[in-house]
Design a protein around this ligand. Sequence first.
Ligand SMILES: Nc1nc2c(c(=O)[nH]1)N[C@H]1C(S)=C(S)[C@@H](COP(=O)(O)O)O[C@H]1N2
Ligand SMILES: [Mo]
Length: 358
Amino acid sequence: METAEALAAARGALQMINPAPYNAEAPREGLVGEITPTEYHYVRSNFPLPEHDGVLEVGGAVAQPLRLTLDDLRALPAVERAVTLECAGNGRLQMRPLPTGEPWGDYAVSTARWKGARLSDVLAQAGPAADGVEVRFEGADHGAYHLKPVLADTNREDLSFVRGLRLEHAADPASEILIAYEMNGEPLGADHGAPFRMVVPHWYAVASVKWLKRIDVLTEPLVGEFQTGHYMFEWADREPERVELMRVRARLTEPVPESAVPAGTVAVRGKAWSGTGPITKVEVALTGAGEWYEATLAEPTGPYHWQEWSYDWQAEPGRHTLRVRATDAAGNVQPEVPEWNRLGYGNNAIEVIYVDVI
Ligand SMILES: Nc1nc2c(c(=O)[nH]1)N[C@H]1C(S)=C(S)[C@@H](COP(=O)(O)O)O[C@H]1N2
Ligand SMILES: [Mo]
């Protein structure tokens, strides 16, 4: 566990949303580079920081239960990947009626280089049973739950953070799900899941269980507050759906919203990402509504993190409203307005900002 000073220093550059459990957004600068500096990476935790005894137990329906330490994980082949993590609640504050849940603005998203062992290698060592269907992941964190549970039998006084993934997905080496022990070249910090955590590429970050302490192969799908209670899209007009892959989204990093910029060529730029395929098109609109102009989109520099885009805008004096929208390879495109759901997940509405050109 880090000292109080180390923790305060690690948190100093973030925009706090809630002190306990500690939840904080990245500053705007966290989206500017290809990689978010660790001290700018957003934090979302459901419980106080836990103690972790340094052991990862693997059991349930497996041939060979395991007890792994950090050294055991480090002895497995290491994989390092840049991965964009976005909280499913990112952008909740823009939904109306305002959903319950953490009042996230738009900066619960960041990209880090995560290094760790492949989950598939750990599962292969344990040998999942033939009738396994799902894998259960438990974090060391637990305690009183700060939100109203969705499931009737959730123990609100002492709940643990537990998530599941389909065995097929978890055990596939091509999924590149990591049990990460390094973030941006350093051991994981307390807020990001030390000593090791999962990183599930393409999924909303709720799947990336921090302070991982147990893995169990299950022969039935997991039911639980963080799996089938919260983290469900409860739509107004259609069947509920699980919160899984990140929805396509673009963000503007330049010009700074509500800033004043000199007339002439103004670089409009930002990031775009999607869990359902690489970004294929980013467009900007320069008059609030109006025509869309195609931005220059950089090739992806990795399979799991945001892409850069830019557009040279010939800006004339006045107040201008800029919008940006992304399309991904699956043909998904951002909606004009947030798609409301009761718990406020997956807002990927087109970003709108204004700037004054002087
Ligand atoms: N054990 C545990 N893992 C967790 C959580 C948690 O509360 N406990 N929060 C999840 C959610 S909702 C998000 S958005 C990400 C945030 O990861 P970060 O704090 O490293 O940005 O962690 C996920 N993993
Ligand atoms: Mo989240």
